[in-house]
Design a protein around this ligand. Structure first.
Ligand code: LRH
Ligand code: MN
Length: 430
């Protein structure tokens, strides 16, 4: 039986922090009451918040230059599920994980589903992969996949996506995320119109194979690995495709997939208005698609995104049902610690956005009282909601301080013994 962190250890560690937590929570409750905010209402919502963990994120990530694997690395999906379950056991904010195929392929998906259920985690959107050539693959994706000039290559890519849907059905998923690396490195290399036509043709074949209650998430990205043109490069292209395909097609926003300084919260507002917001791949970045820990570089931007999301839920925006997922690469930290911290930072931005006084904001905006409007929004961002997040975890039988409990458990050291190191790629994201 492989090691799981004993619930007794969580209780023990929580007992050490319990009195301080109760005091901080009560003090914050009094402060929020003065501002007309019911702390219990915010805590209840924070306790129901959920964000999915990427299975490809629990192993050490890398870049094209190198990958420096740590000890106790998860070898296959069963190990990854254990680590995903540990993240949820301590944070109580990550009840599902998002698998990636063929990286997570197994022979027996019933066993996988049963193991996941036993570990207390479920499956969110499945991710296809036509941005790499697999062992024994007949045709290469070097010059594209769903938008490739060769019909046989497009057919191969369509077949892979259909297979991902079939696997997802066995796992209980309800969505397929399609990100393609298709693009060009030289002007003239590809016809910018025809490649989009071929992409739409391929996506419509995948769309036709979606079960009635499924959605397909189109993930745009400005560049990389293509460095001149990318077929699905921005939200406009993604929205054009979603509207061309049909009501089950939505636009997924990966926070790292935009040009520097782009106003992502406004893109979110537009996609909500178009009733086509699929959801998110949360991460953070300073330059490009850095896939850094969510909230580690620009927590204010993350707050502004959640401000649009809470505003949409408060006004009951039609068709608003976003899926929240993390998508990060952990090159220098323990992936479990980074994913726990990121899940908590995403939950923090949500709790802060819940505290925005939206009536006061609306009237300040109506009066063009710029400074007051900005101060009202900023007041929610600077509020320290840590006691609310800790209380939500405590009430969900999680850890007041997940990283402290994780370290006290020696989980990684124990896994280093259970999981003999395997030869792995010396570079690349996984
Ligand atoms: C592309 C991306 C996509 C995943 C991959 C691992 O940059 O964000 O969502 O398939 O990372
Ligand atoms: Mn992504």
């Amino acid at each position: 039986m492989s090691y799981r962190i004993p619930d007794e250890l969580i209780a023990e560690e929580n007992a050490k922090l319990g009195a301080a937590q109760a005091e901080d929570y009560a003090a914050l409750g009094r402060r929020l009451e003065r501002a007309g905010v019911d702390i219990e209402a915010v805590t209840a919502k924070a306790a129901a918040f959920a964000v999915a963990v990427p299975t490809w994120g629990v192993g050490t990530g890398g870049t094209r230059f190198a990958r420096f694997p740590g000890v106790g690395e998860p070898r296959r999906i069963l190990d990854k599920l254990e680590d995903c379950a540990t993240i949820h056991q301590l944070t109580r904010a990550t009840p599902t994980c998002s698998p990636h195929f063929p990286w997570d392929k197994v022979d027996d998906y019933r066993e996988l589903t049963e193991r996941a259920a036993a570990l207390g985690v479920g499956f969110d959107a499945v991710n296809s992969n036509t941005f790499q050539d697999q062992e024994g693959q007949k045709l290469s994706y070097k010059f594209g996949s769903l938008s490739a000039s060769q019909k046989a290559v497009r057919d191969q890519a369509v077949a892979h996506n259909v297979e991902c849907v079939e696997i997802g059905e066995k796992l209980g998923s309800k969505a397929l995320t399609v990100w393609i690396a298709d693009g060009s490195n030289f002007p003239g290399q590809s016809n910018l119109n025809r490649v989009f036509d071929w992409y739409l043709e391929s996506m419509s074949e995948i769309y036709a194979r979606l079960p009635h209650d499924w959605r397909v998430f189109i993930e745009h990205k400005l560049y990389e690995p293509a460095f001149y043109s990318t077929v699905v490069s921005d939200w406009g292209t993604s929205l054009m495709a979603a509207q061309a395909l049909g009501p089950k097609a939505y636009c997924l926003v990966d926070l790292g997939h935009h040009a520097p300084h782009v106003n992502i919260e406004q893109i979110v507002a537009r996609l909500i208005r178009a009733e086509r917001l699929a959801g998110f791949h949360f991460n953070d970045s300073k330059y490009g698609d850095d896939d850094l820990d969510t909230g580690s570089m620009d927590p204010f931007r993350l707050f502004l995104v959640f401000n649009e999301l809470v505003d949409a839920s408060v006004r009951r925006a039609p068709g608003f049902d976003p899926a929240y997922m993390l998508d990060q690469s952990h090159n220098v930290t323990d992936p479990i610690e980074s994913l726990m911290a990121s899940a908590m930072e995403t939950q923090r931005a949500y709790a802060q956005a819940l505290m925005v006084d939206r009536d006061a904001l609306a009237s300040a905006q109506a009066d063009n009282d710029v400074m007051l409007a900005h101060r009202i929004l900023k007041a929610a961002f600077v509020a320290d909601v840590s006691p609310i997040l800790a209380e939500a975890r405590l009430r969900n039988r999680g850890a007041i301080d997940p990283i402290a409990v994780y370290r006290a458990s020696n989980y990684r050291k124990v896994k280093a013994k259970e999981r003999p190191a395997i030869a792995s790629s010396s570079s690349g994201i996984v």
